[in-house]
Design a protein around this ligand. Structure first.
Ligand SMILES: Nc1nc2c(c(=O)[nH]1)N[C@H]1C(S)=C(S)[C@@H](COP(=O)(O)O)O[C@H]1N2
Ligand SMILES: [Mo]
Length: 422
């Protein structure tokens, strides 16, 4: 089940996370004043946290530390936290800025980085059962690629009527660089039987209360796709504890829950994986749009796979003040699940007129597209910058989105308020 929120007030969350952070790291001087919504903190943000800069306190020794500096913490156990859009401006998301989404606790061996008894088992519909150590895995060809990881519940708090579950705003998404081995190379080594249709992925994290451990799966075709990885590194370093040390799946274009962390078993199934998290309302969406608030019968729910067309405005920061006529750089990212981003438009007059932005092609098919433009405002007052992305299949972000019982795959347009002064 999705975890209950610990607080309903995001400012409260920020304060408590910051207090925790200052207490834990004790390097408050360098990082104080970076209140996520704080007016006047922008200069500090730019100085210390400019594009590509990693907070000083987030060195190698602190890679396992949570919360990450300036994270909006939704819950501590299990740990769930995200960043506001203006802190996601980097082209490649630094580990220090990547959201963390856990259904249960982080395994002890991941925290202590113990590898001695770690093994990845591949069993089920295979000719040869495998039990691989990290050394075994590093003998397969290593691949590095940027890939968007996004929680299916990103944007959940923007659904009306409200839905249960971690109230992600817009920051449960990142595009880091992942290094590891192709899942298909490992599956080829095991030799898939003709009966293989789906993977059942398992990790070392145990449920906090009762129920099955978190486990999901992917169809064999996606498992055999050259872009699907067993990742061992994130941004060039061994995976941090929170992100699945020592190994996790990266299933590009698909919802984050497909990307099992602390991976220790891949069970090849002769049917669609039927774990708890593949059933009922878990990571499943209605086959048709229900009336808002209506829960369709379970039989009408289908497994969520690819992400949707989305964009994020990372500059300017929400509530920035600008002078009439002053140039404003607007930029951000866009991504489209299995599809390609075609265009990103922005509007500064509440959606009446739209202007196309410069779209920068991604480093890799499943990496973030970046987009940018420059605007100026001719009048004073409260305005909003709206962004709307289109994919190559004619899909676009909606102004008002269809509802679903768990608030998955929300992609309503992003609106950033700005104050224009004389
Ligand atoms: N073992 C395990 N893997 C997991 C999860 C989990 O709770 N346990 N959460 C999943 C979900 S729902 C998401 S969105 C991604 C989040 O990855 P991240 O924490 O590295 O951002 O991990 C996925 N893999
Ligand atoms: Mo997720």
């Amino acid at each position: 089940m999705e975890q209950k929120r610990v607080s309903t007030n995001s400012l409260e969350i920020v304060r408590s996370s910051r207090r925790h952070f200052l207490a834990t790291i004790g390097k408050g001087a360098a990082l104080a004043g970076l209140g996520i919504f704080g007016a006047g903190s922008d200069a500090a943000v730019k100085g210390l946290f400019g594009r590509g800069l990693i907070p000083a306190a987030w060195g190698e020794a602190e890679q396992n530390l949570l919360p990450k500096p300036d994270m909006l913490v939704h819950s501590e156990n299990p740990f769930n936290g995200e960043f506001p859009p203006h802190l996601l401006d980097d082209d490649i998301t630094p580990t220090a800025r990547h959201f963390v989404r856990n259904n249960s606790g982080i395994p002890e061996h991941a925290k202590s980085r113990g590898l001695h008894d770690w093994k990845l088992t591949v069993d089920g519909e295979v000719h040869k059962e495998l039990s691989l150590s990290i050394d075994d895995l590093t003998r397969f060809p290593q691949v590095t690629m940027q890939a968007v990881v996004e929680c299916a519940g990103n944007g959940r708090s923007l659904f009306t009527p409200k839905v249960d579950g971690t109230p992600w705003i817009r920051g449960a998404v990142g595009c880091s660089e992942w290094t590891g081995v192709r899942l298909r190379d490992v599956l080829k080594a095991a030799g898939l039987k003709e009966t293989a249709v789906y993977t059942g992925n398992y990790g070392a994290d145990l449920p906090i209360s009762s129920g099955e451990p978190f486990s999901r799966g992917i169809p064999i075709e996606k498992a055999m796709d050259e872009h699907t990885l067993i990742a061992l590194k994130m941004n060039g370093e061994d995976l941090p504890a929170a992100h699945g040390f020592p190994a996790r799946l990266i299933v590009p274009g698909w919802i984050g829950s497909a990307m099992q962390k602390w991976l220790n078993r891949i069970w090849i199934r002769d049917q669609v994986h039927d774990s708890e998290k593949m059933s009922g309302y878990s990571y499943r969406i209605p086959a048709y749009p229900p009336a808002p608030g209506d829960k369709p019968p379970e039989n009408d729910m289908v497994i969520a796979t690819s992400g949707t067309i989305k964009s994020l405005i990372t500059k300017p920061q929400s509530k920035t003040s600008v002078k009439i006529g002053a140039p404003v750089k607007v930029r951000g990212h866009a991504w489209a699940g299995e599809n390609k981003v075609d265009k990103v438009y922005i509007s500064t007059d509440f959606g009446i007129r739209w202007q196309e932005t410069r779209l920068i092609q991604p480093a890799h098919r499943y990496a973030w597209y970046h987009w940018e433009t420059e605007i100026a405002f001719g009048n004073r007052g409260y305005y909003e910058i709206w962004a709307r992305a289109f994919d190559d299949k004619g899909n676009a972000q909606p102004f008002s989105q269809p509802w679903n019982p768990k608030g998955y795959l929300g992609n309503i347009i992003h609106r950033v308020p700005v104050m224009i002064t004389a």
